[in-house]
Design a protein around this ligand. Structure first.
Ligand code: C2E
Ligand code: MG
Ligand code: MG
Length: 592
C-alpha cells in the first residue's frame, strides 16, 4: 500500500474523531453479536491507527490497543478484504505476532470500509482453539462490519447537521470549503451569508413568542432561502445565519446583482417574519488562498456592513479588512516597540517661538515610530489606536522619560528650553499619574518648570472629576499645563476656568482657515480673547506663513508653532537650530 493512500486513509480515520473515544453501547451490541454468531469468547471493532490497533469496542479483550505490526486486523484494513487465520501458531507470519503471544489460535476479520473506500480497520473474532469459518459465519461478519460502518457514519453526521433546520452545519461548511481548496485550488468563488436579523431583534422575538416559535420561524426561513437556491448547498452556520457558495460560473458582481434582486423580490412577495430584517454578506475568495475560517469571518463582517445598506446586500471590501488588520497589527507590535528603548521609537522636537521676537521659548516633543517592516508610522495613525488600549500608559511613560533624559542632557550642555509632552485622556484616569510624573522628574533631576503637559480639551472634559484632580496635583507640583487642540472640543468657559491651565494652544485647523477670510480670522481673534480672559498664554499651532504669524501677533497671540518657524526636528538638529534662531531663556547671547 503506497504512502499517499495510507496517509489519506489515516486522514479519513482521524476526521471521524473516533480514536480514543469511550466505548459505546451502539458498537458493543454489534461486537457481542459477532462473538455469539461464532460462539467465540473474543470480538472487537479494531481501528488501524498509524502504529497501533485501537479497539473502539471489545468483548473478552483486556487491552485497549495492540501494536499494528503483525496484527491480522491491519492486514484486513490494508487489503480491504476479509482475512481468516485458521491456526495462528501454524501461520508462518502470524506465529510471531503479539496476538499469538496472548494464546490466540483462530482469527477472522471483516473490513470496515468508508464510502470513499478507505479501510479503517476490522470487525474481528478470535478463538483460543484452531478452527475454520463457514461461508455463513463470514457473510454475517461482513454484514455486521457494514453495520459498524453505518453506525460510524451516523455518529459523524450527527455533529454535522443542524437539529432545527436539518441542514448541514457550520462544521460541514468549513469542511466543504477545505475540500474545495483541495479539489480546485486557485478557483475564484463567491461565498454568501444570509443573516436573518440583528441579535436584539431575535431577542425581541424570543421574549414575545418564546424560543419554540423562533425555531419554527428559522425553519421557515431556511425553506424560503433553499427554494431560491439553484445548484448550491445551504448550510446553517449559526442560529439565525445561513451560508452557501455560488456555483463556479458566478463572479462577485453577478452574485451581488442576483442576490440583490432575489432579496428585493422576497421582500415584495414573501410574508416570512424575517423578510424585512434579513441582510446578505458577499465574499469573493480564491479556493486555497483564503482559509475556510477566514471566509466565514469575513462573511460575518460583510453581513454586518450590509445592515447599513439600503439594498441589504454588501460585498466584502478587502480594503476595509486590511485597514482593520493593520490597526490590529500596530496595536500588537507597539508593545515590542516599547521594549526596545533605542530601537523603533524616538522623539522629535518642534520649536515654539514668541511672536513678538521670533525667539524660541519652548519645544514640543512628538513621538515617532519606525516599524521594522511597515516603516514610519504617523502618530496621527498609531496614537489614536494605542490610546484605546492599556498600552497608552507605556506610551506616555516612554515619551516622558525620553524627554526628561533629553532635558537633562541639554541642561548639561547649557541649553534651557522647556519641553512640552502630550498626555492622553486615559493617562488622567490613572490614579497615580501626577505622582509618577513628579517621581520621573526627580529621577532625571529636572526641575518641574522645565516640562509642560498638553492635554486635549476633550481629554480634560472626559473624566471631569478625576482629570481635574490629576491636573491640580500636577499644577501644584509646579508643572505647566496646556490645553491642546483648543477649539475642537466643546468645553464651556465656566469649566475651563476651573482648570489650572497656563497655556492654550489653538488648533491648527483654525489657523490654516484664516486664509479663507474675515470670518475665520474673527473666530481666531475671539479664541485669543478667551485665552486672555482665562489668563493663559495663547499659542497658535500650524503657522505656515509669515502673514499668519504677523496677523496672529497683531491679534495679541503670544506664541506660535508651525512649519513657518520649523518642522519637528531630530533632537540633535534642535540644538543647532536654537543656536541660529536664538532663545529667550538662559542663552540671551546665543545669537550674537
Ligand atoms: P499635536 O499634539 O497637536 O501636535 C502637533 C502636530 O501638528 C504635529 O503632528 C506637528 O508635526 C504638526 N504640525 C506642526 N506645525 C505644523 C504646520 O505648520 N503645518 C502642519 N500641517 N502640521 C504642523 P504629528 O507629530 O504628526 O503629531 C500628530 C498628533 O499625534 C499630535 O498632535 C498629538 O496629538 C499626537 N502625538 C504625537 N506625539 C505624541 C505623544 O508623544 N503622545 C501623545 N499622547 N500623542 C502624541
Ligand atoms: Mg500637542
Ligand atoms: Mg495640537
Amino acid at each position: 500500500m503506497g504512502d499517499i493512500s495510507e496517509s489519506a486513509r489515516l486522514d479519513a480515520l482521524r476526521q471521524l474523531d473516533l480514536l480514543d473515544t469511550p466505548a459505546s453501547e451502539s458498537f458493543d451490541r454489534i461486537t457481542r453479536m459477532a462473538s455469539q454468531i461464532f460462539g467465540l469468547p473474543i470480538a472487537a471493532v479494531s481501528l488501524t491507527d498509524k502504529d497501533r490497533q485501537w479497539f473502539k469496542s471489545r468483548v473478552g479483550v483486556a487491552h485497549q490497543s495492540i501494536p499494528r505490526d503483525r496484527a491480522p486486523c491491519a492486514e484486513v484494513a490494508e487489503r480491504r478484504e476479509p482475512v481468516v487465520v485458521e491456526d495462528i501458531r501454524a501461520d508462518a507470519f502470524y506465529a510471531q505476532s503479539v496476538l499469538a503471544g496472548t494464546g490466540a489460535r483462530f482469527y477472522a476479520g471483516a473490513p470496515l470500509i468508508t464510502r470513499e473506500g478507505h479501510g479503517l480497520g476490522a470487525l474481528c473474532v478470535i478463538g483460543v482453539e484452531p478452527r475454520t469459518a463457514t461461508e455463513l459465519e463470514m457473510s454475517a461478519l461482513r454484514d455486521l462490519a457494514a453495520m459498524v460502518m453505518a453506525q460510524i457514519e451516523l455518529q459523524h453526521a450527527f455533529g454535522r447537521v443542524d437539529p432545527i433546520s436539518k441542514l448541514a452545519n457550520r462544521n460541514q461548511f468549513l469542511d466543504d470549503l477545505a475540500d474545495l481548496e483541495r479539489d480546485t485550488p486557485g478557483e475564484q468563488r463567491v461565498a454568501v451569508l444570509v443573516d436573518l436579523a440583528r441579535t436584539d431583534q431575535i431577542d425581541g422575538i424570543v421574549r414575545v413568542l418564546g424560543s419554540g416559535h423562533l425555531d419554527q420561524l428559522v425553519r421557515e426561513a431556511a425553506r424560503t432561502v433553499r427554494e431560491r437556491l439553484e445548484r448550491s448547498t445551504l448550510y446553517h452556520v449559526a442560529a439565525t445565519q445561513f451560508a452557501f457558495v455560488l456555483p463556479p460560473d458566478y463572479d462577485a458582481e453577478q452574485g451581488v446583482a442576483l442576490l440583490t434582486a432575489r432579496l428585493a423580490e422576497a421582500r415584495a412577495t414573501s410574508s416570512s417574519r424575517f423578510v424585512t430584517t434579513s441582510v446578505i454578506g458577499v465574499v469573493p475568495f480564491m479556493a486555497g488562498s483564503t482559509a475556510p475560517a477566514d471566509v466565514l469571518r469575513t462573511l460575518h463582517g460583510a453581513a454586518q456592513d450590509a445592515r447599513l445598506q439600503e439594498s441589504g446586500v454588501s460585498i466584502h471590501s478587502y480594503r476595509v479588512d486590511d485597514a482593520h488588520q493593520r490597526r490590529f497589527r500596530l496595536l500588537q507590535d507597539f508593545g515590542e516597540a516599547l521594549e526596545q528603548p533605542d530601537g523603533q521609537l524616538r522623539i522629535v522636537v518642534q520649536p515654539r517661538v514668541a511672536l513678538a521676537t521670533g525667539r524660541c521659548v519652548a519645544a514640543e516633543a512628538l513621538l515617532r515610530w519606525r516599524h521594522p517592516e511597515l516603516g514610519e508610522i504617523a502618530p496621527g495613525e498609531f496614537v489614536p489606536i494605542i490610546e484605546q488600549s492599556a498600552a497608552v500608559r507605556g506610551l506616555t511613560e516612554w515619551v516622558l522619560h525620553r524627554a526628561l533624559a533629553q532635558l537633562a542632557e541639554w541642561q548639561r550642555e547649557g541649553v534651557r528650553i522647556p519641553l512640552s509632552i502630550n498626555v492622553s485622556a486615559s493617562n488622567l484616569e490613572e490614579g497615580n499619574f501626577a505622582e509618577r510624573v513628579v517621581e520621573a522628574l526627580r529621577a532625571h533631576d529636572v526641575a518641574p518648570e522645565m516640562i509642560e503637559l498638553e492635554v486635549t480639551e476633550s481629554a480634560a472634559m472626559k473624566h471631569a472629576g478625576r482629570a481635574v484632580e490629576q491636573l491640580r496635583r500636577l499644577s501644584a507640583a509646579g508643572i505647566t499645563l496646556a490645553i491642546d487642540d483648543f477649539g475642537t472640543g466643546y468645553s464651556s468657559l465656566a469649566y475651563l476656568q476651573q482648570l489650572p491651565v497656563d497655556v492654550i494652544k489653538i488648533d491648527q485647523s483654525f489657523i490654516r482657515a484664516m486664509d479663507a477670510g474675515e470670518r475665520e480670522q474673527a473666530l481666531v481673534r475671539s479664541m485669543v480673547a478667551v485665552g486672555e480672559a482665562l489668563r493663559c498664554r495663547v499659542v497658535a499651532e500650524g503657522i505656515e506663513s509669515e502673514g499668519a504669524a504677523e496677523l496672529l501677533h497683531a491679534m495679541g497671540c503670544d506664541e506660535g508653532q508651525g512649519y513657518h518657524f520649523s518642522r519637528p526636528l531630530p533632537v540633535e538638529a534642535f540644538a543647532a537650530w536654537i543656536t541660529q534662531a536664538g532663545t529667550e531663556l538662559t542663552r540671551p547671547h546665543a545669537d550674537t
